[in-house]
Every structure is written in structure tokens, then in C-alpha cells.
Design a binder for this molecule. Structure first.
Ligand SMILES: Cc1ncc(COP(=O)(O)O)c(C=O)c1O
Length: 387
């Protein structure tokens, strides 16, 4: 298997860097805080839980709550998995065969392309920075071959924070329907858009061969639960993924299922809190970039809690990220981590995360100090700031 560059980078740095400024998940909650939201019955069920195996499809009440997050689905349209990562792996393995062809958005969360590449031929379609990271529907159409079986998208997008316009999503669904393609849609950041009116519909609601991937990890900020799911009207496709899951996690963690039930019952409270964090942090981030206009080209992301600004300083983004980490303990992801086998990817950008609370504020302060001491000549003069 190809090395998973991003996760390899994280296993070295995620828990050792002083300031983790590239996290792709929202601020987490403590177990105590989550349990304090629960009603007495849910708390009792959690404490008295038997630690046996659970159902491979996921607990019935959990699947029902998840189905309730879609417009038109019921529990039978939901299969629970151990995180979104398992969903990508299992779905690509069962939906694609060696004679097939898949189309994947680039740049991407690497397993979206590498698992597909383990199985069949894959074509990338680029999100271009000059086009505000939008998917060009003509490029998708041009990539379709007679043996294309699946299109894989991810919006809100990691790493750019892009969203598709509603009309573009409709056009993509129409294209997939015309060519009878699966549309695999990684929607793990859905719920923390900066403007509610930009929130995209979920493909499982609008397309009979749409497969929506989601998880408690990102917008909800609970990756430690390892509860993810795929949702689809296509129950045959779900059944195939379920068969594959028998070789992977087999079933979910029992305590995590109970905790996910509590979280989903308080979904609005949790997502409101997280949207407020993102809205505040984006403004802070933008203020820092505006202070150093010669160093950064920043487009405000539309959704999720990561962005992919361009670094325009003379030393290049790889050296910048290295010195920021070495001298100031601030961890970012340089462009090289997002290299693709399918096509060239941006070489001057870096991923920064803005979903965390105190960690973000401290990391931003450390980043500002670093910029002031190493790149003082790029700082806007006092009178020009605030523009
Ligand atoms: C777009 C995207 N999909 C899937 C995943 C995997 O999520 P999980 O940790 O729940 O397996 C990630 C994690 O960063 C991601 O960014």
C-alpha cells in the first residue's frame, strides 16, 4: 500500500508540536461535559452498558438518529463504521473493481485517491485556486470514460474549505445519473459552514446512487469516538460495505455508540458552539494574514475548519513551515503533504486549522511572534493596518 503521507506526518508531530495549528477537527468536549448534556435515562444506559459486541450495522437508535440528520432517509439507509477512514477504505474496495475507472477531486484527503488507485485506474479533477477552488463541471464530464463507475468528492473540502454552489451539485448529480455513476461524497465537515445558506444538501438525499460519508470526528469534534457512517438509498451498496466491515472493525465500540447517541440528541447545541468558534477564529486568522500582506494570499474558506492559504515569502512554504515548527513550535501542513499521484498540486500552500479554542489562540499568538521576529520587513506599517 502507498504510504499515507498526511497521517505519517501527524504520527510524528501531532502530539509533540507545542502548537497544533493544522488540526482538521473541531474543539473536542470532555466526556464529563458530554454526559452533562444527557438526560438521566441516557446517562444510566451509558453507565450500565454491557461491554459486549455490538451490531455490525450499528445500534438501532444510533442509526435512527443518524437517519434523522438527512431529509428523507430511515435507519435502513445507514451503516455505521469506525470513523470516516474506514468508510473510505471499505466503500472504495467494494464499489470499485479492477476493470473500473474512478474520478477523484484533487487535492484530497489522501485515501480518497490512494485506496481507489489500489483497485483501478483513477483520474483527478482539480480544484483550482484561481477559480476559488471550484470544481469545473466540464472537467468532470471530460474525465468520464465508458468504464467509469464512481465520482468521489469532498465538500466542505479538506484542505481548501471550498463548497460547491447548489446549482453545481445539482449539475453533478445529473451528470452522474446520466452515466449511472456512484457519487461518493465525503461530507465530514458539513455543519460548520460560515454561512448557513451555503450548506450543501447531502447526496444520499438527492441521488439514488449517492453515498454520503459522515462521522462524529470533524464538525462534532469527537474523533476519539471513532463513530462514522455511510448513508445511501442504495441498500445493496451498503450491504456490500457491511460484508467488508466483517474483515475490519466488525462492529462499533459500545461506549462510543452511547456517547454518539447523546451527542446527536444535542446536535444543535454542539454545532452552534462549533460554528461560533469557527466564525471567531476565521476573523482572527484573517487579521494576522492582513498584517503580513507580502507573505500570504488568503481566500476565506466557506466551510469546515481548515484553509489552504498560499505562502508567497522568499524562502518557500516548505522552509517556512519547517522554521515555524523548529523555532516556534507551530505545526502547519506544507503543500508537499498534499501531493497527488494524479496531477500536479499547489506547491506554495499550507493547511491551517481554525476549529480549536484556547489551542488556536495560543498557536496564533506564537505564529504572530514568529512572523514579527523572522519576517518583520513584511509587516504592514502601523497606519495601514485594519484595511
Ligand atoms: C476529508 C476527510 N475525510 C475523512 C477523514 C477521516 O476521518 P476519521 O478520523 O473520522 O476517520 C478525514 C480526516 O482528517 C478527512 O479530513
Amino acid at each position: 500500500m502507498r504510504n499515507f503521507e498526511l497521517e505519517t506526518f501527524f504520527s510524528t508531530w501531532e502530539f509533540t508540536a507545542r502548537h497544533h495549528m493544522t488540526a482538521s477537527d473541531m474543539e473536542s468536549m470532555s466526556l464529563g461535559d458530554l454526559l452533562s448534556l444527557a438526560d438521566p435515562q441516557d446517562r444510566k444506559e451509558f453507565v450500565e452498558l454491557s461491554l459486549g459486541y455490538t451490531q455490525t450495522w450499528g445500534a438501532a437508535d444510533l442509526r435512527e438518529l443518524i437517519a434523522g440528520t438527512y431529509e428523507s432517509l430511515s435507519a435502513e439507509h445507514v451503516l455505521c463504521l469506525a470513523g470516516a477512514g474506514e468508510g473510505i477504505y471499505a466503500a472504495m474496495r467494494v464499489l470499485l473493481a479492477p476493470q473500473d475507472h474512478a474520478i477523484v477531486v484533487v487535492p484530497n484527503y489522501q485515501s480518497a485517491e490512494t485506496i481507489a488507485l489500489e483497485v483501478c485506474e483513477v483520474t483527478g479533477v482539480a480544484l483550482h485556486e484561481h477559480n476559488n477552488w471550484q470544481l469545473d463541471m466540464a472537467e468532470v464530464e471530460a474525465a468520464i470514460r465508458p468504464n467509469t463507475n464512481l465520482v468521489s468528492i469532498n465538500f466542505p473540502h479538506n484542505p481548501t474549505g471550498a463548497l460547491m454552489a447548489h446549482k453545481d451539485l445539482d449539475a453533478l448529480v445529473a451528470l452522474c445519473r446520466k452515466h449511472d455513476l456512484y457519487l461518493f461524497s465525503d461530507e465530514v465537515y458539513r455543519g460548520v459552514e460560515l454561512k448557513a445558506s451555503d450548506r450543501m444538501r447531502q447526496v444520499a438525499d438527492i441521488y439514488e446512487k449517492g453515498i454520503s460519508l459522515n462521522v462524529m470526528s470533524k464538525a462534532y469534534g469527537m474523533p476519539g469516538l471513532r463513530i462514522g457512517w455511510v448513508a445511501s438509498q442504495d441498500t445493496d451498496a451498503l450491504q456490500k460495505v457491511e460484508r467488508y466491515k466483517h474483515y475490519l472493525s466488525i462492529c462499533n465500540s459500545a461506549p462510543s455508540e452511547r456517547l454518539a447517541v447523546i451527542a446527536l440528541k444535542h446536535r444543535d447545541t454542539i454545532l452552534d458552539r462549533n460554528r461560533a468558534i469557527v466564525a471567531r477564529n476565521v476573523v482572527e486568522l484573517e487579521a494576522l494574514f492582513n498584517e503580513f500582506p507580502g507573505l500570504f494570499h488568503w481566500q476565506r474558506p466557506k466551510g469546515g475548519c481548515v484553509a489552504f492559504p498560499k505562502y508567497t515569502g522568499p524562502d518557500g512554504v516548505e522552509a517556512f513551515c519547517k522554521s515555524l515548527l523548529k523555532d516556534s513550535g507551530v505545526l502547519l501542513l506544507p503543500a508537499s503533504v498534499y501531493k497527488s499521484e494524479l496531477m500536479d498540486t499547489p506547491v506554495d500552500n499550507f493547511r491551517i486549522g481554525f476549529g480549536r479554542g484556547a489551542v488556536f489562540a495560543e498557536g496564533l499568538a506564537a505564529m504572530r511572534r514568529h512572523l514579527e521576529s523572522h519576517y518583520g520587513e513584511f509587516r504592514k506599517a502601523e497606519g495601514q493596518r485594519g484595511s
